[in-house]
Write a protein that binds this ligand. Structure first.
Ligand SMILES: NC(=O)C1=CN([C@@H]2O[C@H](COP(=O)(O)OP(=O)(O)OC[C@H]3O[C@@H](n4cnc5c(N)ncnc54)[C@H](O)[C@@H]3O)[C@@H](O)[C@H]2O)C=CC1
Ligand SMILES: O=C(O)[C@@H]1CCC=N1
Length: 277
């Protein structure tokens, strides 16, 4: 891998698997350089068969042998995980968290003095190299640490560096965003079926329309409003559809959704805090 290091995913669930698959797919890491910790033997078998990576059930053992630790458990489990690995973590290791809401200061408090932490918010399209990851550095992480973490996530998509307080907003927008987009694609597919298209055709057209529109926006750098106007003829079909979306409050609904998810990320951080008192 580009970092030339062993990387441990502690708590290898959905998001960790997306990253593992994305890193292997990009050739950034080889299976021998990846260790995943799991709770169930069946999950270990699954990961070994699919990716040829090493699996362990002991988080501390994995933390001791790896150079880079990716903390991939749910926020509610993070306190326990940090207690478990603390004796094996020292400032020689780089710790990367992908957990929603859990503040760097709290992780620093649980781990040894001077530990180098980069907190991130990735998303599942990393699985196909089209992820979006926001990263923020902790007090003891160096420029090189931030760059190393960025390189890791850059192998599976877009990266942006933000100040830590903005990570919850990134969780509400891009971390949770794939769920919104899948819902939208599913709804568009249903709509296609409603107006007479076969299901497969409707879904293929819906997904490609979302992909193509995003690609057009990114590649041209045009304002989305201008691109929308190019689809919208006077008295035509698109304006009839747009009118219905505006009447249904689509913009406000999406803004409310991102805000709700951002608040929930903050709440998860607070819960973590409360469970530590
Ligand atoms: N799923 C997503 O789209 C995204 C998730 N995240 C973050 O990633 C983290 C994981 O989320 P998911 O992958 O969705 O959850 P998940 O439930 O699929 O994965 C968590 C994994 O940790 C394992 N686990 C639990 N306790 C453990 C322990 N003590 N030792 C080892 N393994 C343990 C579970 O068995 C499970 O496989 C969360 O903190 C979440 O906020 C971040 C960005 C996007
Ligand atoms: O729903 C969740 O908690 C995770 C965090 C970001 C996306 N999914």
């Amino acid at each position: 891998m580009a970092l030339g290091k062993t990387i441990a995913f502690l708590g290898a669930g959905n998001m960790a698997e997306a990253l593992v698959k994305g890193l292997l797919r990009a050739g950034t890491a080889s299976p021998e350089e990846i260790v995943c910790t799991v709770r169930r033997p069946a999950r270990a078998d699954e990961l070994r068969k699919r990716y040829g990576v090493r699996t362990l059930t002991d988080n501390r053992e994995a933390a001791a042998l790896a150079d880079v630790l990716v903390l991939s458990v749910k926020p509610q489990v993070m306190g326990r995980l940090l207690d478990e690995i603390a004796p094996a973590v020292d400032p020689a290791k780089l710790v990367i968290s992908i957990a929603a809401g859990v503040p760097i200061a709290l992780m620093e408090r649980k781990l040894s003095r001077g530990v180098r932490i980069v907190r991130t918010m990735p998303n599942t399209p990393a699985l196909v190299g089209a992820g979006a990851t926001a990263l923020a550095r902790g007090e003891h992480a160096t420029d090189a640490d931030l760059e190393a973490a960025r390189a890791l996530f850059a192998a599976v998509g877009l990266t942006v560096v933000v100040e830590e307080p903005l990570l919850d907003a990134c969780t509400g927008l891009s971390g949770s965003g794939p769920a919104y987009v899948f819902l939208i694609i599913e709804a568009l597919s249903d709509a296609g079926v409603k107006v007479g298209l076969p299901r497969y055709t409707a879904q293929a057209l819906a997904a490609q329309t979302v992909l193509g529109s995003a690609q057009l926006l990114i590649e041209t750098g045009e304002h989305p409003g201008r691109l929308k106007d190019q689809v919208t003829s006077p008295g035509g079909t698109a304006i009839a559809g747009l009118h219905t979306l505006e009447a249904g409050g689509l913009r406000t609904t999406l803004m409310d959704a991102v805000e709700a998810a951002t608040h929930r990320a903050r709440e998860l951080g607070q819960k973590f805090l409360a469970s530590e008192d």
